[in-house]
Structure formats: structure tokens, C-alpha cells
Ligand binder design. Structure first.
Ligand code: PBG
Length: 335
């Protein structure tokens, strides 16, 4: 019967026409991943000639400054616009208040100065939080089992100022205390750091995907309990929008959603709702999953990484923090 009316047997619309060859696919591509979308998180340790692998993050190493600086220069040469710095603090230098965080000569500040001097044309995002420095692994000052808000904010302000003094371009509070963005903004302005950007970890969830990061900075073994009284409940989305609104009102220049893949709905809603620069953090556990499956030959790490990062762009992210930044930059250059 279909022979009598051949025209009705065929679709007029064939979406596959636009997929038939590479050049057409490129012409109609709606989103693009470029090296300019990448922020590379790195771990810095004390000492010299230190290159320490992290078992749960294959391909990632803690580097001492003498090795970190050339690695950052390489990232700059690949076109990566920004690195995110995380210090690994020897346990004997930690205390309950995380005092070392406010020391202008701590590892973080030395790393900022060294990178700024040797590689001035790459941006530095400095994580602001107490957890690398506290003997209990929490992101704040603890009393009676509760992380105190105002006392912690005071410490975060000091930490932000020493990092800005050292030349940090973007301070990025990752602690989720209330009111810290406004307090840090006022202090930066008061000190003449009018161009220091604040990237607020605005919607940071209490997540199981941070495990490998805590191995990397050696805080996992110290942490008692969880971070649920300050980091957000994964059940909540409206609350993330309220957090973002507060941080923008308090003076954030960019906002971040973290983790990444399980929270792409939040990335999209933040971007649509506020239209501000929105970053997503493809966190350690997400990276570890790709590496683990790739290492077993269960998927192709390179292809899965690029697809993941493009997914962040499609969801509305302007940039992505990823441990795969250098891998992605090399792959994009090869394309
Ligand atoms: C701590 C901090 C964490 C990460 C970045 N900053 C861990 C945590 O909140 O416990 C996690 C990043 C990652 O998993 O890649 N302030």
C-alpha cells in the first residue's frame, strides 16, 4: 500500500541531514568548548623537587613550588587562563583555629608570589577556606561541635587579605559561611584591592564527591563528622538560587556551582536566573570516576572528558574547574 503513495512514506524533515558530514556539524554546533573555558586546580606542597602522586586522582600530583611554577607556565602556554591553588599543609602546622591561613608567608602566599613573578599572564584563583589549616579538617572555627559563623568569617577576611596582598587575582571562598562575601568585599576595598575579584562558591553542596580532594590535601583523615551544617543539602535547588542572590548582592564577581555533573540543573538555573559569570567545579570524585573507568578500559577518558566539559558549557557554565584542564587543552589543540 505504501507503493501507491510513496511521498507520504518519507519524512520531509530529516534532522540527520545536518549531521551527515563534519563541516555541517561544525556549522550548526550550538556550543563550543575552548581552552579559554578552563581553570586548572593544582595542589602545592612544601619542600623542593616534590612530585607526589595522589592514589585516588590518577594523573594529578602535589607539586612543590619549584615544580609547580613550570607546570603553571606550561598551562599558560597551552592557553589556560587561570589556575586554582590549593595548599597541602603539614599536619604539625595545623591548629584548631587554622591560624596559618592568615600568615602572609604561608605556603599559599608564597605560591601566589612565585607564580605571579614567573608567569604574570595567568590568573590565580586562591581558595579561601580554613580546612587545609585546621587540625580538625573543618572549614571554620568549631565550638561545641558547631562551626562558628562570625569568628570564621573574621578568619576568612584575614586569609583573603593576605592572599590579595600576595597578588592573588581572584579570591574564592569555598566555606559557605553566611555573610562572608560582603565582609571580604568591604575589607578588600578598605585595603585598596579594588580590582581583586571574588568568585563565590555560592552553591556548594555537602557532597560525597570531594573524597579524593580530601586525600590530596590530607584533610580526610582529620575530619570528624560531616560538613552538613554549612554546605548545602543536595535536595535543594531554590536555596541555591537564594545563596547566589545573596553573594551577588554582597559583591561577588563570579559565582560557582559545586560539584558539577550531578548539579547541572543548578548551573542552568543560575545562569538563566542571574546572567552573571557562572563557573562549575568538576570535582575530584567526578574526575576520579572518569580516570578509574578510563584506566580499566571501560570508557575512553579523553572523549568522556571533552564530552563532560562540553556538557558544562551546554548547561550554561562560562568556565569549568577541572583536574583534566591540561589534558583537555592538549586535546583541543590537537583537534
Ligand atoms: C574545601 C574545599 C573542598 C573542595 C574545594 N575546597 C572540599 C570540601 O569542602 O571538603 C573540593 C574540591 C574537589 O573535590 O575537587 N574548602
Amino acid at each position: 500500500m505504501s507503493h501507491s503513495q510513496p511521498h507520504t512514506a518519507f519524512p520531509r524533515s530529516r534532522p540527520r541531514r545536518n549531521r551527515v558530514d563534519g563541516w555541517t556539524r561544525r556549522l550548526v554546533a550550538e556550543n563550543h568548548l575552548t581552552t579559554s573555558d578552563l581553570i586548572w586546580p593544582v595542589f602545592v606542597v612544601e619542600g623542593e623537587n616534590q612530585r607526589q602522586p595522589i592514589a585516588s586522582m590518577p594523573g594529578v600530583e602535589r607539586l612543590s613550588l619549584d615544580l609547580l611554577v613550570p607546570a603553571v607556565a606550561q598551562a599558560r602556554d597551552l592557553g589556560i587562563p587561570c589556575v586554582a591553588l590549593f595548599p597541602v599543609i603539614p599536619v604539625e602546622r595545623k591548629d584548631p583555629a587554622g591560624s596559618l591561613s592568615g600568615d602572609p608567608d604561608n605556603l599559599m602566599c608564597r605560591a601566589i608570589r612565585a607564580i605571579k613573578q614567573a608567569v604574570p599572564d595567568i590568573g590565580i584563583l586562591g581558595d579561601v577556606a580554613l580546612d587545609p589549616y585546621t587540625s580538625h579538617g573543618h572549614d571554620g572555627i568549631v565550638r561545641d561541635g558547631y562551626v562558628l559563623n562570625e569568628e570564621t568569617v573574621d578568619a576568612l577576611v584575614r586569609q583573603s587579605l593576605v592572599q590579595a596582598d600576595a597578588g592573588c587575582d581572584i579570591v574564592a571562598p569555598s566555606d559557605m559561611m553566611d555573610g562572608r562575601i560582603g565582609a571580604i568585599r568591604d575589607a578588600l576595598e578598605g585595603r585598596g584591592h579594588t580590582l581583586t575579584r571574588i568568585c563565590a562558591y555560592a552553591a556548594k553542596y555537602a557532597s560525597a564527591f570531594y573524597g579524593p580532594f580530601r586525600d590530596a590535601v590530607q584533610t580526610g583523615g582529620l575530619l570528624k563528622g560531616d560538613k552538613k551544617t554549612y554546605q548545602m543539602d543536595p535536595a535543594n535547588a531554590e536555596e541555591a538560587l537564594r545563596e547566589v542572590a545573596l553573594d551577588i548582592a554582597e559583591g561577588a564577581d563570579m559565582v560557582m556551582v559545586k560539584p558539577g555533573l550531578p548539579y547541572l540543573d543548578i548551573v542552568r538555573r543560575v545562569k538563566d536566573g542571574f546572567g552573571v559569570p557562572t563557573f562549575a567545579y568538576h570535582v575530584s570524585g567526578e574526575y576520579a570516576m572518569l580516570r578509574a573507568a578510563g584506566g580499566h578500559g571501560w570508557l575512553n577518558y579523553d572523549a568522556a572528558l571533552l564530552e563532560t566539559l562540553l556538557g558544562f558549557k551546554r548547561a550554561g557554565a562560562d568556565a569549568v574547574l577541572t583536574y583534566g584542564a591540561v589534558d583537555a587543552a592538549r586535546l583541543l589543540r590537537g583537534n
